[in-house]
Ligand binder design. Sequence first.
Ligand SMILES: C[S@@+](CC[C@H](N)C(=O)[O-])C[C@H]1O[C@@H](n2cnc3c(N)ncnc32)[C@H](O)[C@@H]1O
Length: 185
Amino acid sequence: MSATLDDKLDQRKFGSIVVVNIWLLILPVFAALGGRILWVGCRRYTAQYPALLAAEGAEVWTLDIDEAVARWGAPGRHLTFDLAHIDELLAPRSFDAILCNGVFGFGLDEPDAQQRALRAMARILKAGGWLLLGWNTDRCADPLAEPALREYLVPQSLGGLGARCRVDGVTHVYDCLRRTEIPGD
Ligand SMILES: C[S@@+](CC[C@H](N)C(=O)[O-])C[C@H]1O[C@@H](n2cnc3c(N)ncnc32)[C@H](O)[C@@H]1O
């Protein structure tokens, strides 16, 4: 039986190196979905991620609230906007997957705004679409603790990526969520 992502993570207890290596495991899982993918939060070190996500033909967009980082986004497909209101910019059910890592607790800090962002991301996801939410236990409270969230985003494993992946010794949590129907939407 092949190793799951959780198994691989358990082999990578090298402090900050975990943060680098985990994307080499996660990005191919999402790239294999194809369709239209949104990467949230851009930095110099994420500049290659859109190309990796597009490796199997996906149309990849990037988003950040800070216009100064647009140069690290997907060429021709970058948006400068607040994630908490992304459903006011992008059409409902227009994305197959969203990867949002290190944004909650790094600018999007208030629990109400985080819940607004989760609902906004759910709205622009197609039914059955996927959200990878990466957050840190020392930067914010558990964003999935709000029971109402389960009405439109349900924890679910994907391609060897567990519904919730944690790594001993670091504060990173990676939640994999699947979009259900939004009541009244
Ligand atoms: C720590 S960096 C994380 C970058 C990248 N996603 C990663 O995985 O390393 C946080 C980024 O989130 C962006 N950000 C913070 N609040 C935001 C918001 N409300 N909407 C969109 N982007 C936001 C910041 O401008 C910053 O570029």
